[in-house]
Design a protein around this ligand. Structure first.
Ligand SMILES: [Mn+2]
Length: 352
């Protein structure tokens, strides 16, 4: 899919010239007046979540504010180097904040147990790039076609005129680079590259951060990848690929749940595959399903919605109750229907 050419070529996209910029000024006003800020993210935090939290946190700390960053789950080992100032804390009960900011979190439920610990606050700000975002904040800045929450934080910092130090640049670079599959997904626009260029100019240490994140996989993760490559299944003329990660697979490989991040991309990358699916056993009757689509007309965000999940066109997920076999059947059936819609579409528009 082609990127939409935007009217201006500077770093502030056209959508910020209108209503969105009001939202940004409101957010900046509240943040600048605040003294205590808590920045929260989703369960199983990824590079975009952690990078966005820490970059905003570092900016606010430089302004003299008391900042803590909370997630239900701990910072993944491979991202721990980004938190030099130890801003990531274990969530506590009974804390009061002037402002709580939720980043990269499509729904209040995705905050997990952190949600019940942040009720004592004056303002709740929700900044996100999931089109399915449920707008659960007092102020919601949601740009569904942005490639990463990190892009929004970059724009927020630019608008505020805060300095991007090398540490902040590292965090934002990781946020944007991980959520675009290293600038490969169709959500990547020329502006994404301009932001990345700006971050490298601001001192992001490309060789170092990429080595930490992409070239330092623990052996346990590679064993988990071996399990995936040995066991994935193909169906619907090899257009759907899926695999299971059961609790026993983690223990056999000595792997943690965070080691599963990105495994699905190896299966998505197979040539005839249009949709890759990861089934992860959370408990005997609770399954986390992740979807990746390579075809812009097969919107896995819509497929995830059928199961009360959400996400983007190309990447989404849902947590589904049921036995393994019944969940797998229901999910594959929904994807089969999405594929047949795709075939119909092709017949109707042979040139598309
Ligand atoms: Mn994200």
């Amino acid at each position: 899919m082609r990127w939409k050419k935007r009217a201006s070529s500077n770093l502030i996209p056209t959508y910020m010239m209108n209503k969105e910029s009001e939202e940004i000024s409101k957010i900046l006003r509240i943040l600048e007046e605040a003294q205590t800020v808590c920045i929260v993210g989703h369960v199983s935090p990824d590079g975009d979540c952690i990078g966005s939290q820490l970059s905003l946190g570092l900016c606010l700390k430089r302004l003299g504010k008391t900042v803590s960053c909370w997630n239900e789950d701990e910072i993944p080992d491979k991202l721990a180097f980004l938190d030099e100032e130890n801003m990531m804390r274990k969530p506590k009960n009974g804390c009061a904040f002037d402002v709580v900011v939720a980043l990269d979190c499509a729904s209040f439920q995705r905050l997990g147990s952190v949600g019940e610990k942040i009720t004592n606050r004056k303002y709740f700000i929700n900044i996100d790039h999931h089109a399915s975002n449920t707008r659960y904040g007092d102020i919601n800045w949601v740009i569904g076609d942005s490639a990463a929450t990190g892009e929004l934080i970059f724009q927020l910092i630019q608008t505020a005129g805060w300095e991007i130090t090398p540490d902040i640049a590292d965090c934002l670079f990781i946020a944007i680079s991980t959520d675009t599959g290293s600038f490969q997904y169709s959500s990547t626009t020329p502006e994404t590259f301009r932001m990345a260029a700006n971050l490298v100019e601001s001192g992001a240490d490309l060789a170092d951060v990429c080595d930490e994140v992409y070239q330092s996989y623990p052996i346990a993760r590679v064993k988990l990848l071996r399990h995936v490559l040995n066991n994935f299944k193909l169906t619907e003329e090899n257009k759907i690929a899926y695999y299971w990660l059961r609790s026993r697979d983690y223990s056999r490989c000595g792997a943690e749940r965070e080691d599963a991040e990105g495994l699905i991309d190896h299966v998505r990358a197979i040539e005839p595959v249009i949709v890759a699916v990861q089934f992860e056993e959370l408990s005997a009757d609770l399954i986390r399903v992740s979807f990746r689509s390579k075809n812009p007309y097969l919107d896995v965000g819509e497929v995830a919605k059928i199961f009360n999940g959400g996400g983007h066109k190309a990447a989404s997920g849902a947590t589904i109750e049921g036995t393994r076999l019944s969940v797998q059947r229901r999910v594959v059936k929904a994807l089969r229907m999405a594929l047949s819609d795709l075939k119909k579409r092709k017949k109707e528009e042979p040139s598309a």
